[in-house]
Structures are given as C-alpha cells and as structure tokens.
Design a protein around this ligand. Structure first.
Ligand code: PMV
Length: 321
C-alpha cells in the first residue's frame, strides 16, 4: 500500500472552452487560455492497493457519478490497477462555477501517479486530467496556460501548455460569489446541448479560435486593457451561444447582472476591471493587483461573498508515504 497527497489550484479561462469535438476524450472544438489561481485549491490523497475502491469528497462519500468519473480516470492511467482509496477536499465551494472539477482532476492525476510510483511528466498527466474534465488539463500548470484544440484524433496534442509562469504578471481575479451551491446544468451537458441546438454555436467556435493568438500576445505583453476586453467578450459570446440553444440555457442569476453592472460602473470611473463567467452564476473580475481592494468593495453589494485570488503555481505532490 502506498499513499501520496497532491495539491492543485483551479483555473479560470480568460479565452473560453465551450464545445467538444470528441466527447469520450474531451477534445475541444476550440482552444482556450487560462490563469491558474491561488489560494483556492484541492488537496487529494490517494492510497494505492486497498481492497475496494472508495472515494470521499469534502468529508462525505462521493456520489455514484462523481466516484465513477474518478475511478474511470484511474483505469485509463493504470489498466488492471488495484483498489484505490481517494480522499479529496476543496477549500472553496464545489461545483458552483469556480472550477472545482479542474483542480480536482489535476490533483487526482498527480496524487495517483505518485502513489503508483509513476514518473510521467506534467504534460503527460495533463492528457489524462483532460479526460476527467477538459479544463483540468490547464490546472496541471501554474500561471498562464494555453490548451490548444489540437488536430490528432487521439488528443495527444491537446493538453495544457505553459505560456508564462506564475510570477510573470501580478494581476488579481476578484470572485463575486453571488450564489454558492451546486449548479443545475453541468458544463458537459450545457456544452453538448449548446453544440447540438444553438445556431450561434459555429460563430462562437470561429471567434473563440480567432481570439487565441491575441489573448496570448496580450498576456506576454502584460497589456491588461487588451486582455480584459478580450476576456469579457469571450465570456459573453460563450453565454450568447447558450442563449441561442433550444431550449435556451442561462447560468446567470440576478446577482450576476448586478455584479456585471458594478464592473461596468468601475470602468466608467477609470478602473481597469473586466468580467468573466463560467457554467455558474459567479462573476470573476480581472484587474491589476493595486485595484483589487476597490473592485472587491464595488462587488460586495452584489455578492454573498467576495474572494481575491492571485496567480497560482502548478499541481504538485506534497506528501508521500
Ligand atoms: O472542463 P469543464 O467541464 O470544467 O468545462 C469548463 C467550461 C467553462 O468553465 C465554462 C469554460 C472554460 O474554459 O473553463
């Protein structure tokens, strides 16, 4: 029996992923670019070689579907593996559009690899993490990360790749938690439904792919206005594609609109702040580190809670026994 523990941070996409060209392998219709964020993290311990598989999430036994996904991923990493016990927990709300699946699967593949005594690189592990949840492939790396669409049918060219390290640019992501708790429509169901029924989906993919080189350039040039403008546009176009689905899909809550209005008001006052949203109602706001206190104050009126996140490091092993 061997045991290892790993930590991984969530990431928020600045240029979004929404749509799958291969559902089984989680290959995306378009590339995306993200920022890995601390201090939010998932901590996962894996014990390799127990009698029966068992998974615990935030102190309770994981539900059937959650557990199945984790063990299916381990089956891919180590066909014919022994029984495995997984103990995982987040220091932030699970499944509320805060990318807990990204940090969760990233921490799982790193802890599992260490527990089984493997030596695969972060890039190799990023391919496995992608099969758990697409966005997880970006959480293997710290800082600014690109996940290209790739061309290969086996997906070996479609995984998180570092663009710039954690200390490249000291920005903040201010998270307005407008509604904690589990969302109604998971991201996979939401994107499959959009892809199958929205006449706006093809336009979304075309613009998302075209945005990527600019997003990367803006990150490398540390041009916040250029990046922020693209970030907000990418999120709104993604959500626009969902509104066009049949029946329509919308992750916004009333508090989301209040937070978005607060961000626009900040910009009118000359503060560089740009919003993004994922498959949940929370609003995340990109800004310069020095503006974060002011942005957080402005969001407090719309939100249950406000969290200020900073660039975070790569997924890593923290203990081995
Ligand atoms: O990989 P998933 O299933 O967590 O989907 C992520 C989808 C978005 O968060 C909406 C966008 C993104 O690129 O992270």
């Amino acid at each position: 029996m061997t045991r290892a523990t790993a930590v991984a941070h969530p990431n928020i996409a600045l240029a979004k992923y929404w749509g799958k060209r291969d559902r089984a392998l989680n290959l995306p219709t378009n590339g995306s670019l993200s920022l890995t964020l601390a201090p939010f993290c998932t901590t996962t311990s894996v014990t390799w070689g127990v009698d029966t598989d068992l998974a615990r999430l935030d102190g309770r036994e994981a539900s059937g579907d959650e557990a199945r996904k984790m063990f299916a991923l381990l089956d891919r990493m180590a066909p014919g593996r022994p029984g495995v016990a997984i103990e995982t927990g987040n220091n932030f709300p699970t499944a509320a559009g805060l990318a807990s699946s990204a940090s969760g699967f990233a921490a799982l593949v790193v802890a599992a690899e260490a527990a089984m005594g493997g030596t695969r690189s972060l890039e190799e592990l990023a391919v496995f993490a992608r099969m758990g949840s697409g966005s997880a492939t970006r959480s293997l790396h710290g800082g600014w990360v690109l996940w290209p669409r790739g061309e290969r049918p086996d997906g070996l060219d479609s995984h998180g790749v570092p663009v710039a390290p954690v200390d490249h640019w000291d920005v903040r992501m201010v998270v307005a938690v407008v509604k904690a708790g589990r969302k109604d429509t998971g991201s996979t169901d939401g994107m499959n439904h959009t892809q199958a029924t929205s006449p706006f989906f093809d336009a979304w993919v075309a613009t998302a792919e075209a945005d990527l080189p600019e997003a990367k350039d803006a990150v490398l040039a540390r041009d916040l206005e250029r990046l922020g403008t693209l970030v907000e546009r990418s999120a709104m176009r993604m959500h626009g594609s969902m509104l066009g689905a049949d029946p329509w899909l919308c992750y916004f809550a009333p508090g989301s609109l209040l937070a978005l209005a607060a961000v626009r008001a900040l910009r009118r006052e000359g503060i560089g702040a740009w919003a993004t949203m994922d498959a949940g109602p929370n609003v995340k706001v990109l800004c310069a580190a020095g503006d974060a206190p002011r942005v957080a104050d402005a969001l407090r009126e719309a939100a249950e809670r406000v969290e200020v996140l900073a660039p975070g490091g790569p997924a890593r092993v923290t203990a081995r026994a």
